[in-house]
Design a binder for this molecule. Structure first.
Ligand code: ADP
Length: 255
């Protein structure tokens, strides 16, 4: 399948369009002519060796990194360097990082309330209601008035997911959300992500959790050296990877 087109499973119109995107750090090319279209409600898992550009790709979609060439269009808004466009896109895109990134001096509930109050302009009471509702959804509402440091890694990551959801994003980006967790905490975070996927959230997840990919992904995107070199439905990708690089990668992570 050519890059940038939709798979059979993704009949919905694209909500994220990445077109011929280039990203360089000095002389190093981190993204080389990347094309990707994400349909509304589609779940994409991005995998590939360390350093292949996965994180850079999703950081460009959220404009945490600026791309140097090509176009990125999120929910109809092209990511230019105009602050208004960047802010409007950031409101629609929730991001969950490997290292949680919660504010340590705010309680769990306050972490969740901050952006909706500051950016969406909702009242404190409404923000708290929304926060408690979403903390309940990730099964952590009983910790709402604790500080992040009082929670386990898995709990903190679920707070980070709830915090992102409090902005009512149209798209959720995950950058290796389970790779900093102790093994016994991985499942609770993946379960939360599976539930989100089942509810129809559009998701782009950088992860090596291939069980998750099999369970929820509509499409697996495999990157190597700054390029997308394979895109396929999970079963096809896992059973019959086309490139030697994907075969080598899968043989290392699937035992
Ligand atoms: P992945 O997520 O696949 O592990 P990244 O997107 O984090 O890969 O990084 C891709 C490449 O870009 C790596 O070689 C990395 O060293 C380089 N890189 C990432 N961020 C920066 C940066 N801020 N400055 C210089 N090089 C960077």
């Amino acid at each position: 399948m050519p890059q940038g087109t939709m798979s059979d499973t993704a009949a919905a119109p694209a909500i994220v369009i990445v077109e011929n995107v280039m990203k360089r750090y000095g002389a190093f090319t981190a993204l080389n002519d990347v094309n990707l279209a994400v349909g509304k409600g589609e779940r994409i898992v991005v995998c590939g060796p360390s350093g292949s550009g996965k994180s850079t790709l999703i950081r460009c979609i959220n404009h945490i990194e600026k791309h140097d060439g090509g176009r990125i269009i999120v929910d109809g808004v092209e990511l230019s360097h105009r602050l208004a466009d960047i802010n409007s896109v950031r409101c629609e895109v929730g991001m969950v990082f490997q290292s949680f990134n919660l504010f340590p001096h705010l309680t769990v509930a306050e972490n969740c309330m901050l952006a909706p109050m500051k950016v969406r302009g909702i009242s404190q009471a409404e923000a708290r209601d929304r926060a408690l509702g979403l903390l309940r959804k990730v099964r952590i509402h009983d910790q709402a008035d604790k500080y992040p440091a009082q929670l386990s890694g898995g709990q903190q990551q679920r707070v980070a997911i709830a915090r992102a959801l409090c902005m009512q994003p149209k798209i959720m980006l995950f950058d290796e959300p389970t790779s900093a967790l102790d093994p016994e905490m991985v499942k609770e975070v993946l379960d939360t992500m599976v539930e989100l996927a089942r509810e129809g959230m559009t998701m782009v997840c950088v992860t090596h959790e291939m069980g998750f990919a099999r369970e929820v992904a509509d499409r697996v995107v495999f990157m190597d050296r700054g390029s997308i070199i394979e895109e396929a439905a999970p079963e096809t990708f896992f059973r019959t990877p086309r490139t030697e690089r994907a075969k080598g990668f899968l043989s290392q992570i699937i035992h």
